[in-house]
Structure formats: C-alpha cells, structure tokens
Design a protein around this ligand. Structure first.
Ligand SMILES: [Zn+2]
Length: 177
C-alpha cells in the first residue's frame, strides 16, 4: 500500500514515521461548511487536511463531516476547534467551539518512539522501570542494613537485657489442667 506523507525534517529512518493519515469526524458541523477551503484553516491546529470522505464531498450526509488528515502522533490532539473569527474578536458572538473526534488512532509508544503498541503496554518501558526499581531497592536495602548494624552495635554497647527471650520461655512452659 502506498503511504501518503508530507516531508518532515525530523524524520528518522530507524523510527516509525509519526505522521499518520487518519479520519477526523466533526459531529455537529452544518453541511455548508463541508469545503476544504473552510476545513483546512479550521483544522490547522490538528494537522494537514488531505481530503473529504465521499458523503461529505457530495453533501449526502448533512450532519457529520469526515476529513482525512495527516497528523503527528507525538503532538497533543485538540478535541475542540474554534469556528468563527478570532476568539478575542468575537464581538457578535458568532463563533463557537465545535467538537472533533479522531477515528482509530494507531497505537504509538512515546518510549520506544514506535508504532504498534501504546506506552502503557510497553514491555521495554516496563523492563526499564523494573530495573530502576531494583536499583532503588538495592540502595534502600543497603541503607536498612547500615541502620540495623548501627542499632545492633548501640544495643550491644548498652548491654540491653534480653527481656523477650524470658517471655518466650514462660509461654512455652506446658500448662496442666
Ligand atoms: Zn514501547
């Protein structure tokens, strides 16, 4: 399958491309906005608009618009876009925030920078975190051992009576009824 892709200066051949084409759905956009000339600036913060789906293009489905877009998976995906003039100059109150949805976004791992699994399911990340924990654990154990050593030495220095042992012996004495 041919992959459509805009040139990206950050592209590294050993990492999966982070620019992917996906469908964007806008559930409540009136059909007279279903033009690339309107949708391209509207969705400029989301990514690069590629084309409309057939129903949107032919205006046969008049409540939902679907646009194929190329997005960068590493970037935040806005869930609302501003329809109208600049938000700060919306004196007439014509503008509004409209919801946008993303269809089947591919899994992407920000740890490996690879497609195919998401960061939560990353075995490499889990391995690394486990190693990190072990390192920290080893450090903590060392500290505890050091503390215990110091305590024992202090106890020996003061020659504390072994009260506990006597209690144990009493408890072990058989009781006849
Ligand atoms: Zn990963």
């Amino acid at each position: 399958m041919m992959k459509l892709e805009a040139w990206n200066p950050l592209f590294k051949p050993n990492e999966d491309s982070l620019m992917v084409p996906i469908w964007i759905v806008i559930p409540e956009l009136p059909w007279h906005f279903y033009f690339m000339e309107i949708l391209t600036p509207l969705l400029s913060h989301v990514g690069k608009t590629l084309f409309l789906d057939l129903a949107s293009f032919q205006k046969t489905r008049r409540s939902v618009v679907k646009v194929k877009m190329q997005i960068n998976l590493t970037k935040d995906r806005p869930h609302h876009v501003w329809l109208g003039y600049d938000e700060n100059y919306d004196e007439n109150g014509d503008g509004q925030w409209i919801e946008i949805q993303y269809e089947s976004i591919p899994d992407y791992c920000s740890y490996c920078r690879l497609l195919g699994h998401n960061t939560h399911a990353c075995s490499e990340k889990a391995k690394h975190e486990d190693m990190q924990k072990r390192k920290e654990g080893a450090r903590t154990n060392e500290q505890i051992m050091q503390q215990e050593k110091t305590t024992t030495e202090a106890q020996q220095a003061h020659q504390l009576p072994k009260q506990q042992n006597q209690d144990t012996q009493q408890n072990q004495t058989p009781q006849h009824q």
